[in-house]
Design a binder for this molecule. Structure first.
Ligand code: ADP
Ligand code: MG
Length: 697
């Protein structure tokens, strides 16, 4: 394998300098190793030949056809020049069209010779045709059976004459040169799971003899990827927890007890209590806590944050709560400071718009220790913010914070503060196992009592009148209403216009009520003012963009209308919907969509109307979009590129890989056993581009 990683593909037969450059640019392929790990995405049975007379349908898959060219003609002029071959298989005739490399093609192929063509038929101008098909040379060994791999090709590669066959040949060439390739997993693991050997697996994945062999090859390669990923994560987590010193918080004291006894505004749910116990237990070990708290929107994470911060205060340290937006930080500040005001706890808010004088006071109180709890936006991680003794950090809705930002907070101390990351984005289990594989996870799986699930309706634009009637009814009952517009691109004039027009027409239709208006481009003071209008109840309707997505809490708001819902992703819709249904009243979410939408979009919207379960929605989101898309931070949280394993569909293999990695580390925590030497070597090869991401999230 070392040689494979070190040898450049320009040395491969039939590749050369120019192609090598293109392969690098288009697919990141540089070495023999890269080429071997560029796998087909699907396969075609070599023995199955289609008849032209049986072609049918709009979206045919790529197929093989066997027959002869009847004639070749050059048609068109200039940029439109093309070579058209008439190809017959006895059952019918189709056109084979080349737009590029015409001269070469004209010389390469002849009439009266048998060819096997592979390509995607399309029906055009009353005739079937294939554009730039792959053509096997006469006498190619198709009769041997087996499957042909179809590789991901880009337009540029195709134009340069790169075909799936060329990739397959290159892979076969490389494999032919390294018949004695060393195993990349130790024999005890290969043996225990009865995995296919690495050489066989690579040979099979490029040219499988049959589907059963292909499945075994895939399993072997997926397992290997996921195993090393898990081994790396688990090794890291164990090393950290055994070496990183953390604050030792042995007691529950005056602050916690007094608050719990005298000022708790409602009894905690069972889940809230359990999570607080888990955090407390972590804090009493002397090791640094790194815990992820998942709890659906409205599950009451803020109270958990407050109570656990009080534990930090009871043990003589300061606490910090960081939120992703100014609105949210302000809201946390208001909630928390009013709750703890009677206890003489000093809480301050620090955001980008905090005035200089207030800021200076905060800085000095932080340094002399008289400030107990700092709440803020990313402003709290600026360099001049120095704590006297920061013992605990809570990060709310962490997906808005980059890894680098969290790293800066972490280094504000010599002893690592305990970290609680709170998120309402339910992370599917297999992804959590990987991206947050090194974190302990707590889950609030219970909503406060008396909540009624939000009723969600899908309405098309022409049914808008019914929506307005519904809004009117809620307003007359004294409730409040959100109307949300997509403003995905802050500079998109069209989107901004539809938001403004929406606002105007709402003002027009609901003249008797005050309407607040909020979008991301407003100045912070203006935003706060508008938000204040709504949260105080003075404005009964809030027309806004998704700036309200995260965390805003107005329990009297019972209706949310989402305009152009077809443009939002599932997770975002779920987050938005979480703004209603926060009180005891029945709440509604109305998804407005245009009628002409794709099947996928319709399924997405219909799923929203059928469930309020955040985990079910996150799983579906991941299935539909793939794990990489869930969010950028997470994607960058995966330390290796996965070539073949898929975190959303290979859940069982993720689990197997994790169990195997844990068993290896249980037996040999530092991987010093002779039998594990290979593991250490492979890990260091794979993790050359690893970042120090796991220690801080
Ligand atoms: P989130 O988990 O989305 O951050 P919040 O902490 O904002 O949820 O809580 C949502 C609402 O539920 C708030 O109005 C809060 O006061 C209320 N709440 C939280 N815990 C309880 C509880 N145990 N009983 C009743 N209401 C609660
Ligand atoms: Mg919250």
């Amino acid at each position: 394998m070392d040689r494979l990683r070190a040898t450049h593909i320009k040395y491969l037969k039939g590749i050369g300098e120019k192609n090598a450059e293109l392969l690098d640019k288009e697919c990141g392929i540089r070495t023999y190793y890269d080429m071997l790990y560029h796998f087909p995405t699907h396969y075609v049975d070599r023995t199955s030949i289609h008849r032209i007379s049986s072609f049918a349908g709009e979206d045919m898959p790529s197929v093989q056809v066997r027959g002869r060219f009847v004639s070749f003609t050059v048609q068109g002029e200039g940029a439109k020049t093309r070579l058209v071959g008439l190809f017959s298989d006895g059952s019918g005739v189709m056109e084979v069209v080349w737009f590029k490399r015409i001269k070469y093609m004209r010389e390469a192929y002849h009439t009266a010779t048998d060819y096997v063509l592979f390509g995607k038929p399309s029906f055009f101008n009353g005739r079937w045709s294939m554009v730039h098909p792959e053509i096997d040379p006469p006498g190619a060994p198709m009769a041997q059976g087996g499957f042909r791999g179809v590789y991901p090709l880009t337009e540029k590669l195709r134009n340069r004459g790169f075909s799936s066959r060329k990739f397959a040949t290159a892979a076969a060439d490389i494999l032919g040169r390294c018949g004695n390739m060393a195993e990349t997993l130790p024999p005890h693991i290969v043996g225990r799971h009865r995995l296919m050997g690495i050489y066989d697996a690579l040979t099979t994945i490029h040219a499988p003899a049959d589907m059963a062999a292909l499945e075994r090859a895939r399993l072997r390669l997926k397992f290997e990827e996921l195993f090393y990923l898990q081994l790396d994560i688990q090794r890291y987590a164990r090393r950290r927890s055994s070496t990183t010193q953390g604050f030792f918080f042995p007691r529950i004291g005056h602050y916690f007890n007094t608050f719990y006894r005298d000022f708790l505004p409602f009894p905690l749910t069972g889940a809230q209590k359990r999570v607080i116990k888990e955090v407390r237990a972590d804090m009493a070990t002397g090791r640094q806590m790194n815990r992820l708290l998942q709890g659906d929107v409205g599950s009451g994470k803020t109270m958990v944050a407050l109570l656990t911060m009080l534990i930090a205060l009871d043990n003589g340290t300061q606490a910090c709560l960081m939120a992703p937006t100014e609105i949210l930080a302000t809201q946390h500040f208001e909630t928390i400071s009013s709750l703890v005001a009677p206890m003489g706890i000093n809480v301050k808010l620090l955001t980008g718009s905090t005035r200089r004088k207030a800021r200076e006071e905060i800085h000095s109180q932080l340094r002399d220790g008289s400030l107990h709890i700092l709440i803020g936006t990313h402003a709290v991680i600026e360099d001049e913010v120095k704590f006297h003794n920061l013992g605990f950090i809570v990060i709310d809705e962490q997906h808005r914070f980059g890894v680098a930002q969290r790293a800066r907070l972490w280094t504000k101390n010599t002893v690592a503060p305990h970290v609680l990351v709170m998120t309402a984005t339910p992370i599917p289990r297999t992804l959590a196992m990987t991206v947050y594989g090194d974190l302990d996870v707590s889950v609030i799986d219970e909503l406060p009592p008396g909540r009624k699930p939000v009723q969600t309706l899908l309405r098309y634009d022409e049914e808008r009148f019914a929506t307005y009637q519904g809004i009117g009814r809620q307003l007359r009952l004294g409730r409040q209403v959100y109307i949300v517009y997509p403003l995905i691109n802050q500079n998109d004039k069209l989107e901004l216009r539809s938001l403004e027009e929406g606002y105007e027409s709402i003002c027009e239709i609901f003249r008797d009520y005050r309407v607040a208006f909020l979008h991301g481009r407003m100045k912070p003071e203006e935003k706060d003012f508008q938000m204040g209008l709504f949260s105080s109840g003075e404005a009964r309707i809030l027309v806004s963009t998704t700036v309200i997505e995260v965390g805003v809490n107005v329990p009297n708001a019972t209706t949310m209308v989402i305009e152009n819902a077809e443009r939002f992703g599932l997770s975002q819709l779920h987050q938005l919907r979480g703004r209603v249904g926060r009180g005891g009243e029945q709440s509604y979410c109305i998804l407005m969509s245009k009628r002409k939408i794709s099947g996928d979009t319709r399924r997405r919207l219909e799923l929203m109307t059928s469930t309020t379960d955040g985990f079910a929605i996150a799983e579906a989101d991941m299935q539909m979009r793939g794990p990489g898309d869930i969010e950028g931070t997470m994607q960058s949280g995966i330390p290796f590129d996965l070539h073949i394993a898929n975190l959303s569909t290979d859940g069982q293999i993720v689990q197997l890989a994790r169990d195997t990695a844990c068993a290896v580390l249980d037996a040999d925590p530092s991987l010093t056993a002779h039998a594990n030497a290979l593991l250490v070597r492979q890990l260091s090869l794979l993790s050359s581009r690893i970042k120090d991401w796991s220690r801080i999230s």
